[in-house]
Design a protein around this ligand. Structure first.
Ligand SMILES: [Zn+2]
Ligand SMILES: [Zn+2]
Ligand SMILES: [Zn+2]
Length: 184
């Protein structure tokens, strides 16, 4: 349902974005850059609707996560935002902002990396999501798989287990990188 929001990578008007060291942006970076503005505006609208405050710090943290296609740790966020804010930020400040963003469903925590990634999908907290984490380019694809979700829900119900955040993290090589490495 989210797929239709973006036209898939056929635009040639993104030359102004920062380029990677190899001179080209990977697909993850292009997708993230394309969705950032809309996703931030949507987060603001959702907060207004829920009567939650997207404070300048919370917005800055979310913005920092949308500036990259890679999962980012709390201390990296401090390094990014500190110069912008003109002061040293305490980790607790960043963690509080992240807690809020996670609770609102704007951000996920990747346990395997102890890092955070923005989520533009607006799904419920109980939905199973799968993260496909590329070891080569660092990009992360988040996918919902309804059949997988249903199987998991059945299994959890049989166990009478209440999941808090059902998340699947799979590391490996993304399609683009495995093509590049010639072992597709
Ligand atoms: Zn998500
Ligand atoms: Zn990759
Ligand atoms: Zn990539």
């Amino acid at each position: 349902m989210v797929e239709s929001l973006s036209d898939h990578g056929h635009s040639h008007d993104h030359h102004d974005h920062e380029h990677g060291h190899d001179g080209a942006l990977c697909r993850h970076a292009r997708e993230r850059a394309a969705e950032a503005g809309e996703a931030l505006a949507r987060a603001e609208a959702i907060c207004r609707e829920r009567r939650q405050r997207l404070t300048p710090m919370r917005r800055a943290v979310l913005g920092a996560l949308y500036d990259t296609h890679k999962p980012v740790g709390a201390y990296e966020i401090i390094d990014i935002l500190g110069p912008q804010e003109g002061k040293t930020l305490a980790p607790i400040t960043i963690y509080r902002a992240l807690d809020f963003l996670i609770a609102q469903g704007f951000v996920h925590r990747l346990a395997s990396r102890n890092a955070f990634i923005a989520c533009p999908h607006g799904h419920g907290p109980e939905d199973l999501v799968a993260f496909l984490i590329c070891d080569a380019c660092g990009g992360v694809d988040e996918r919902c798989a309804p059949p997988l979700s249903r199987a998991l829900v059945q299994m959890l119900q049989a166990e009478q287990f209440k999941p808090r955040h059902p998340v699947l993290e799979i590391s490996g090589l993304c399609g683009h990188c495995s093509e590049k490495h010639g072992d597709a």
